[in-house]
Write a new protein. Structure first.
Length: 394
């Protein structure tokens, strides 16, 4: 009998507790509803003040969400571990490993799979083509999404190669006679321009926006200091149009913005020139550079202070070169990518978007760790150790 009384008392207490919880929730909802009604009825008196405040706050500053990985064809398995390259090619993506070249649609459908024999293959792309070359070897080829356009073999060792938006291929080689030789090939593989450098090495080739010529970045030394410089050529003449002054840095990248100005991303500073080769200004880094990226509208440099474990991002808008914006990052960043007026930063926890003023405007959290990514439309293709995944990111 005692047990039955205990059970009855327990049930009574449970019913009383449930009723109390229900009443608390009911009155909470009722209170919120009353406040909403009052707010709507008095909107004309308070909204103008709040509206003025809201317009001063970045609308997407708290736009953080968890990424949903694509299903179906994703993830795409990659053999050989993390040593592969992934690039956007039109609305497709191409990736290259130590034995094969692949092209996939944005939905993960395979388009082409091709074997290659390059010992150190490097992938560079244009809007619709891919250039594959053997770094330290002799071979290179131009690939479309469906077939090989041409294949060539150089007499000298290939140091680097680039592909223009109109599928001109720039191939830099070295020989016993020259420190560097630049050859330009048209979209059919015909050699249309050659430059031989006797006194400096070529570290980069940047095509002009109209593809009528290029700017080569040279590397030399003076007074015990490493120096970089620029030389501009037109493809209809072997004579240089201009040569810039030397700057004290090792250039890792050269780009041309929408205004025609030229940016050298160096190991210690960014240096800017106008379209005639005149130096405009330079911005030194506060810390060590770890990554970089440029678009037609801005340049971005990722920096790390290893002693203080501090990470920062420096963004320079092409319309305001004298006032770069530096952003302190809360965690280590692995990769940055500049696209139009935005910079995307990949960290161990997610991808963060910054505008040209250095303001964080959105972010997406990732559940797994990735080393790199490429962007196609509103998709990000994430490079894991042995797989490629996709997320949507507006």
């Amino acid at each position: 009998m005692a047990i039955e009384n205990d059970v009855s008392e327990l049930r009574r207490r449970q019913k009383s507790k449930n009723r109390r919880n229900f009443l608390i929730k009911f009155f909470a909802v009722l209170t919120v509803a009353v406040l909403v009604v009052i707010a709507v009825l008095t909107k004309d008196s308070w909204y103008p003040y709040l509206d003025g405040i809201l317009t001063k706050v970045p609308a997407a500053s708290d736009n953080t969400e968890n990424a949903e990985l694509a299903e179906g064809k994703f993830p795409i398995a990659v053999s050989g571990g993390s040593d592969y390259q992934l690039k956007a090619m039109d609305n497709y993506f191409a990736f290259l490993d130590d034995s094969k070249f692949f092209v996939y649609t944005a939905d993960g459908e395979p388009v082409i799979e091709k074997q290659h024999t390059y010992a150190n293959p490097i992938l560079t792309v244009s809007n619709k083509k891919a250039l594959i070359y053997d770094l330290g070897g002799n071979g290179f080829s131009l690939e479309s999404k469906y077939k090989t356009i041409y294949e060539k073999t150089c007499d000298q060792t290939i140091l680097m190669a680039e592909l223009s938006s109109s599928d001109l291929a720039a191939v830099v080689t070295k020989s016993d006679k020259y420190l560097a030789q630049l050859d330009i090939y048209d979209s059919d593989g015909k050699n249309i321009f050659t430059y031989k450098s006797y006194d400096s090495r070529i570290t980069d080739v940047t095509f002009l926006n109209d593809n009528s010529g290029c700017i080569i970045t040279t590397l030399g030394a003076s007074g015990g200091k490493v120096q970089s410089g620029l030389i501009r050529f037109s493809f209809n003449s072997t004579e240089m149009i201009w040569q810039s002054e030397k700057v004290d840095c090792l250039a890792v990248c050269t780009s041309i913005d929408e205004n025609g100005d030229i940016a050298i991303i160096g190991d210690t500073r960014c240096v800017f020139f106008d379209s005639n080769g005149n130096k405009l200004l330079e911005n030194e880094y506060e810390d060590e550079i770890t990554d970089y990226s440029c678009s037609s509208k801005l340049s971005a440099v990722l920096m790390e202070n290893s002693l203080l474990r501090k990470y920062s991002l420096m963004i320079t808008d092409c319309s305001d070169l004298e006032n770069p914006h530096t952003v302190e990052l809360s965690e280590e960043a692995k990769h940055i990518f500049a696209y139009n007026s935005m910079v995307y930063v990949l960290t161990g926890s997610g991808i963060y978007t910054y505008n040209d003023l250095g303001q964080e405007i959105s972010s997406v959290k990732l559940s797994d760790s990735y080393e790199n990514f490429c962007k196609i439309g509103n998709y990000f293709f994430l490079m894991g150790y042995d797989e490629i995944n996709r997320i949507s990111f507006d």
